[in-house]
Design a protein around this ligand. Structure first.
Ligand SMILES: *[C@@H]1O[C@H](CO)[C@@H](O)[C@H](O)[C@H]1NC(C)=O
Ligand SMILES: *[C@@H]1O[C@H](CO)[C@@H](O)[C@H](O)[C@H]1NC(C)=O
Ligand SMILES: *[C@@H]1O[C@H](CO)[C@@H](O)[C@H](O)[C@H]1NC(C)=O
Ligand SMILES: *[C@@H]1O[C@H](CO)[C@@H](O)[C@H](O)[C@H]1NC(C)=O
Ligand SMILES: *[C@@H]1O[C@H](CO)[C@@H](O)[C@H](O)[C@H]1NC(C)=O
Ligand SMILES: *[C@@H]1O[C@H](CO)[C@@H](O)[C@H](O)[C@H]1NC(C)=O
Ligand SMILES: *[C@@H]1O[C@H](CO)[C@@H](O)[C@H](O)[C@H]1NC(C)=O
Length: 313
């Protein structure tokens, strides 16, 4: 026999039970999952060849829990040549000089596909995914037109090593720093990609002081906001371990609780779980924890309200 679910009596009760759940949580709670993250995310070093690489928030280790750092900041060791690698989007980059400059909040990275390549062929646009990074101020957004007709006029600058005389295709650098020339694009007929580059490296290559491969291997610089470091210092000095959950920075505390500020301000965190799983975005409205839904802030901590009213009928 078919039993409707939930049974009618429960259907009537459900909003009531949920409101109990949402409004009567104890001010502090502990959670085995958060305790595990507190422990797992406190390890911030890994071996790489003969070195012991220490790293700080917002970075994480590629194989650690995703909650240990911001997304798209995963570090790892390339065990072939013992170099520090960062995974951003679907791509891997070598961290130049194995150095992350925490004091000035930046690092320089080189596309893994360009490293050691005598004539790299840029084939993908650079994307940063959900990483908290920004391109450093003076880097150039270099545009390359690939597989175009030969001998296109200046200001398109041919990339000598990418010349394919058999197929009759040349590739060019367009010195537009992100902007695109409509007419040259049409003249090319091929496709283009944009990759960030060091402006000095481009100058040296254009003037024949270095080659194209060397210019690309200078990489580009990414920075992250100092506020992230300030937030983590507050978490750390309250005895917490810095992490990231539900798209916001999260401080894991030694008692198995989690908060988006620091462990001395025990702010209950469960609201964010309900918010996130109802499709909302956890945040703050006039510094009060607020669940933002597609149609504005939720009044009860979750975006499911419409559904609940429907169930109650
Ligand atoms: C690596 O460095 C960390 C501190 O930065 C230290 O706690 C750990 O013991 C070191 N590991 C090794 C194998 O030396
Ligand atoms: C490690 O580095 C080598 C040499 O630079 C490179 O060929 C290889 O693709 C890298 N491996 C990974 C997993 O990045
Ligand atoms: C390239 O453009 C960006 C902004 O789009 C700017 O910040 C940067 O300084 C420019 N780089 C150069 C070398 O002009
Ligand atoms: C380059 O410019 C394009 C178009 O303005 C933009 O979509 C892209 O994000 C920029 N890339 C970088 C690395 O700045
Ligand atoms: C790179 O991005 C531009 C838009 O900024 C797009 O028009 C172009 O097709 C992209 N190139 C590739 C290879 O995806
Ligand atoms: C706080 O950071 C320091 C290094 O900056 C580290 O040694 C310490 O273990 C951190 N505290 C916690 C609780 O993670
Ligand atoms: C939060 O929501 C996103 C999508 O809305 C989902 O991918 C993610 O798994 C959720 N996080 C947790 C911890 O449930």
């Amino acid at each position: 026999m078919h039993h409707p679910w939930p049974p009618p009596s429960f259907r009537l009760l459900l909003p009531f039970l949920l409101s109990l759940f949402l409004f009567s949580l104890p001010p502090s709670f502990s959670d085995d999952g958060y305790l595990q993250l507190y422990e797992a995310c406190s390890t911030r070093h890994f071996p790489c060849g003969s070195r012991n690489i220490s790293f700080s928030y917002p970075f994480s280790h590629q194989d650690s829990h995703p909650e240990c750092g911001y997304p798209d900041t995963g570090l790892s060791c390339n065990t072939t040549d013992d170099t520090l690698t960062i995974h951003i989007g679907k791509k891997q980059y070598r961290v130049k000089d194995n150095n992350i400059d925490y004091a000035n909040y930046h690092l320089t990275v080189v596309d893994r596909d360009f490293v050691g390549n005598p004539c790299p062929r840029p084939s993908e646009n650079t994307t940063l995914g959900l990483a908290p990074f920004q391109y450093a101020g003076d880097d150039v957004n270099a545009t390359f037109f690939i597989d175009c007709p030969p001998s296109l006029p200046s200001p398109l600058f041919p990339v000598a090593c990418l010349r394919d005389n058999t197929a009759g295709w040349w590739s060019y650098y367009w010195p537009g720093n992100g902007s695109l020339p409509d007419d040259e694009m049409n003249a090319c007929g091929g496709w283009f990609v944009q990759v960030p580059m060091n402006p000095t490296a481009i100058e040296q290559w254009i003037h024949g002081e270095t080659n194209f491969a060397q210019a690309l291997q200078e990489g580009f610089t990414l920075s992250w906001p100092a506020e992230i470091g300030d937030w983590c210092s507050a978490c750390n000095s309250s005895g917490g371990v810095c992490g990231y959950e539900y798209y916001i920075p999260t401080c894991f505390c030694s008692d198995g609780s989690a908060t988006d500020s620091s462990c001395d301000k025990k702010e209950n965190r469960k609201w964010c779980s309900a918010c996130n799983s109802s499709g909302g975005v956890c945040g703050h409205d006039s510094s009060k924890p607020t669940c933002f839904c597609s149609d504005g802030p939720a009044t009860d901590g979750s975006c499911d309200k419409g559904k609940l009213l429907h169930l109650a009928q």
